[in-house]
Design a protein around this ligand. Structure first.
Ligand SMILES: [Zn+2]
Length: 274
């Protein structure tokens, strides 16, 4: 296994990472690969998950008032009994293998996904751009919080965002993630490319694709709404060692936003047909 590590210069920080104000339309859920923060810029926006930089203060960031004033924000408490049975067409996953390109952006570890994978909903195609992790889970399911939550972030040709969320519970080692999780980029700004490492997101999905579906937002500044969320009800498994490998990364534990009010939104529950 060839591992290429690239350490970013000049933007390690004691507490938080930063992103360029000019790139503020790109939050964690929808960050373009080219958004490289620069320490020399005078327009940096700092945010994090604790204290004065934490989620309660994100609404004070330039261009991020939605974080405080939004009415359709993510994450939410998902409740099986309150969900409305869904009769919509289920998404069709068209995932292919991708090289492993990991980047620690100071908020999560993002796996940039090679072009050519997508999910189709009602003949509408959303390309898989990246996936990343939160600890602990951002959503809760019937009051339960999981050690990790994985977000598969898709975008259509107009930039509309669709995220598939997977809960992760402790269990068997996840072989699809073994190589990557043995080489996670440790510090903010670090990149790791596994030269012969290939991952297929299709393997990450649970076999039972029952899911919650609702309209929400990015869970990171600027908390933009209009995001379609599909959260699988059945958790996938990762070993305690794999989960700990992520949770041990500096500044990323925790990296989850607090629960947001439902504000009358409908949450659908789509039971997979057999
Ligand atoms: Zn996320």
């Amino acid at each position: 296994m060839h591992v290429h590590r690239r350490h970013a210069r000049g933007f390690r920080q004691a507490l938080v990472f930063s992103f360029l104000c000019a790139a503020s339309a790109s939050a964690d859920e929808a960050q373009p690969k080219a958004a490289t923060p620069t320490a020399s810029s005078g327009t940096e926006v700092h945010w994090g998950y604790t204290d004065a930089l934490g989620p309660e203060h994100w609404g004070d960031l330039p261009g991020a008032t939605t974080c405080a004033n939004g009415h359709a924000e993510t994450p939410i408490a998902l409740e099986t009994k309150a969900a409305v049975p869904d009769t919509h067409v289920a998404p069709v996953f068209q995932y292919k293998p991708s090289q492993v390109h990991m980047r620690n952006n100071g908020h999560t570890v993002e796996f940039a996904y090679d072009a050519g994978s997508s999910v189709r909903v009602n003949d509408h195609e959303y390309s898989l751009a990246q996936f990343h992790f939160h600890t602990p889970s951002e959503h809760t399911e019937d009051g339960k919080r999981f050690p990790l939550e994985l977000h598969l972030v898709h975008k259509d040709a107009n930039g509309a965002v669709l995220v598939v969320g997977l809960f992760v519970k402790e269990g068997a080692p996840n072989r699809a993630l073994d190589a990557a999780f043995a080489h996670l980029p440790h510090e903010p700004g670090d990149h790791v490319d596994l030269e012969r490492g290939v991952i297929n997101a299709a393997v990450l999905l649970p076999k039972d694709q029952t899911y919650f579906q609702y309209q929400g937002s990015l869970t990171t500044p600027p908390c933009t709404e209009g995001v379609q969320w599909y959260v699988m009800t059945k958790p996938i498994e990762m070993s305690d060692t794999q989960i700990a490998a992520f949770q041990r990364l500096p500044y990323l534990n925790p990296n989850s936003r607090s629960l947001q009010p439902l504000n009358g939104r409908t949450v659908y529950l789509h039971t997979a047909s057999r």
